[in-house]
Write a new protein. Structure first.
Length: 429
């Protein structure tokens, strides 16, 4: 008998949730086949069989939380697989015999009260009762020998059954009232008002729970502030328009905004290194590498895969990495290594139409840049001219424990300047 256990997932992950069983009891499994998909805090992991055989038992259901090393299924080896059907045939043959005995016993129990009634002196309950009383007693599950009657001859009538049933009902109500707490907690007004409204209750996925927990932790532990600026996107959009066709022909990937912003962020981080750091106890860990997290919307929630060594990548390299990571996120194929170790994050709410927002830090990082929707707005060119320009608000949220306002504002101004002169990004890169 083989066992399917939860394998070691990652250094920081000790448990997971059974997302779905890919095999069911009775299925034959080849060595290396995927058996179950686990949902962890960061990614989904598919567990494979280490041996061939028949899946005989599932020890955890979908939605259950399981620990690393825990046995979650059992597998019967090939040699024993052929014996399983024979073992199941014998109970099937004996089933009719087992079912017959309870049926006979039930018949005896049903006739016993009538046979014993005269011996117990309760003949009046069984022999002197109107048909209506007998019917009412059967419908309400009342035994006739328990019903008191005032009839001189001991006859039980329907009104006796009704009185007895009312008495029992009142006693049950009194007992229920006595068992209630002295000061019950009243439901909130909102709950009372909406108690009869249609609702749908849905279990939060493990990833959504983790996202919620981490966002709250960041807001409780970091001194988070946000500063804003705006970028005139005219030059970037003109450069893209001139180069996009040739860029695609050469690199088989489209030239988007993210490569420009990533290059600008890396250049600004080199100038203001505290935004590429993290706090560890009473020390600052200032990182000399630039692994930039790019927030991506996935079916189960926001994930932040990491573009490694962004400072060493070309525009095409950055765009290609983002496309690959975004596809993995949509297909739920991100690995743990795709999500770990980012030094700074960029999030783009503009793709959903957001004009301005305050991004929340992706701890333990101390900086995150928020991009927003490009919007035509009138801009003063000089004292006499106003032109409609494609403008984007950008936001930098930072941890004020180690980053001062002057440094944060200067960082964002540097990003703005580089984007408004995109050719300079080639020199900075």
């Amino acid at each position: 008998m083989g066992e399917i256990k939860v394998p070691e997932l990652a250094e920081s992950i000790s448990e997971g949730t059974v997302a779905q069983w890919l095999k069911q009891v009775g299925d034959f499994v080849e060595k290396g086949d995927y058996i179950v998909e686990l949902e962890t805090d960061k990614v989904n992991v598919e567990i494979t069989a280490e041996d061939s055989g028949v899946l005989t038992e599932l020890l955890a259901g979908e939605g259950d939380t399981v620990q690393v090393g825990e046995t979650i299924a059992r597998l019967e080896a090939k040699e024993g697989a052929s014996a399983a059907p024979k073992a199941e045939e014998k109970p099937a043959e004996e089933a009719p015999k087992q079912e017959a005995a309870p049926a006979q016993q039930k018949t005896v129990e049903e006739v016993a009260p009538a046979a014993e009634a005269p011996q117990q002196g309760n003949q009046k309950q069984w022999l002197i009762a109107s048909p209506a009383a007998r019917k009412a007693a059967r419908e309400r599950g009342i035994k006739l020998d328990q019903v008191p009657t005032t009839d001189p001859l001991g006859r039980v009538r329907k009104h006796d059954i009704d009185s007895y049933a009312d008495q029992k009902s009142n006693e049950q109500k009194q007992q229920a009232q006595a068992s209630k707490p002295a000061n019950p907690v009243s439901p909130s007004p909102a709950a009372s008002e909406n108690s009869d409204k249609p609702v749908e209750r849905e279990r939060m996925s493990r990833r959504r729970q983790t996202i919620a927990k981490r966002l709250v932790e960041v807001q409780q532990t970091a001194a988070m502030l946000t500063t804003f600026n705006e970028v005139d996107m005219t030059a970037v959009m003109a450069l893209r328009k001139r180069r996009k066709d040739k860029f695609f022909e050469q690199h088989d990937v489209r030239l988007g905004f993210m490569s420009f912003f990533t290059k600008a962020v890396v250049a600004a981080l080199k100038k203001y290194p505290l935004l590429n750091a993290e706090i560890q106890g009473n020390e600052l860990l200032i990182k000399k590498f630039y692994d930039i997290g790019i927030a991506v919307s996935a079916p189960d929630g926001l994930v932040v895969p990491v573009v490694r060594d962004a400072d060493r990548k070309t525009f095409a390299g950055i765009e290609g990495s983002i496309v690959d990571l975004a596809k993995k996120a949509r297909d739920n194929k991100l690995a743990l290594k795709d999500l770990q170790g980012g030094t700074f994050t960029i999030t783009n709410g503009g793709v959903f139409g957001s004009l301005m927002s305050t991004p929340i830090l992706n701890g333990p990082q101390v900086g995150i840049l928020g991009m927003h929707k490009v919007q035509l707005r009138p801009v003063a060119i000089d004292e006499e001219r106003i032109e409609n320009r494609p403008m984007m608000y950008i936001a930098l949220s930072y941890d004020h424990r180690i980053v001062d306002g002057k440094e944060a504002v200067s960082f964002l101004a540097t990003v703005k300047e580089l984007l408004e002169d995109p050719e300079s990004l080639l020199l900075e890169g």
